[in-house]
Ligand binder design. Structure first.
Ligand SMILES: *Cc1c(COP(=O)(O)O)cnc(C)c1O
Length: 230
């Protein structure tokens, strides 16, 4: 067996076990295979093993990979997104996880309106309040969401966060719990919202995220191996 195949098997078992511990159905958690920096051949191998959801963090790379792989896949944009790149995404990605400003939300609205389609989006929240990270701060969330929810070509499906780097997965638990609590309180406060997606958990902490309610886990290196940036 290749590494990717072994890795996927192990991750699938760990996802199932985490769901069981949390009393959740396995189908309530979707695995997004984060293929950034990895070659199309790796994606093809994961496809052969039954994976159809892939995450990328750069528009340029998404465009190249979707051009090389004509098969219908579920692509997720998970990285920092510049407004001038939004125009490439309608029809290409299924969901944008990294919406963190009204300006960006309005740009997505404008481009999706042109195509007459609606885009599933998540609002990225900087739960850990890190200077280096994007995302709206928790206290900015009510203001942001009450405006973004008015944009007719956006469907706000939920919230996303990247936990601060930690040596132990348990350290991320309070971050994930806060994100779930924010989703619940925003749904209560803003009647037009009915968010049901929590994108949280990566290679190092996805089990804890599932225990805290993640519906989308974004896993890269545990599937495809370490990334090498040149
Ligand atoms: C790269 C990346 C991931 C995957 O990280 P791994 O630790 O390799 O699993 C998840 N989410 C985002 C936003 C990323 O940029």
């Amino acid at each position: 067996m290749s590494n990717i195949s072994e890795n996927l098997e192990r991750i699938s078992e760990r996802i199932s076990a985490a769901c069981e511990r949390a009393g959740r159905k396995r189908e309530s958690v979707e695995l997004i295979a984060v293929s950034k920096t990895k070659p199309v051949s790796d994606i093809r191998e994961a496809m052969r093993l039954g994976i159809s959801c892939f995450g990328e963090n750069r528009v340029q790379e998404l465009r190249q990979k979707t051009a090389e792989i004509p098969e219908k896949l579920h692509w997720h944009m998970i990285g920092v997104l510049q407004k001038n790149k939004v125009k490439y995404l309608p029809g290409m990605v299924e969901m944008i996880h990294s919406v963190d400003s009204l300006g960006l939300a309005q740009e997505i609205e404008k481009e999706c309106k042109k195509h007459g389609i609606s885009m599933d989006v998540l609002c990225e929240v900087n739960v850990g309040r890190e200077e280096s990270k994007g995302g709206v701060l928790p206290e900015e969330l009510p203001g942001f969401l009450s405006e973004a929810v008015k944009l007719p070509h956006l469907c706000i499906r939920g919230l996303m966060t990247v936990a601060p780097i930690a040596s132990e997965a348990e350290e991320s638990r309070p971050i994930f719990r806060s994100l779930r609590e924010l989703l619940e309180s925003m749904n209560r406060e803003i009647p037009a919202l009915s968010m049901d997606q929590l994108s949280m958990g990566m290679s190092g902490d996805f089990e804890v995220a599932i225990e805290e309610g993640a519906t989308l886990v974004r896993i890269g290196s545990a599937i495809f191996g370490d990334r090498h940036y040149s």
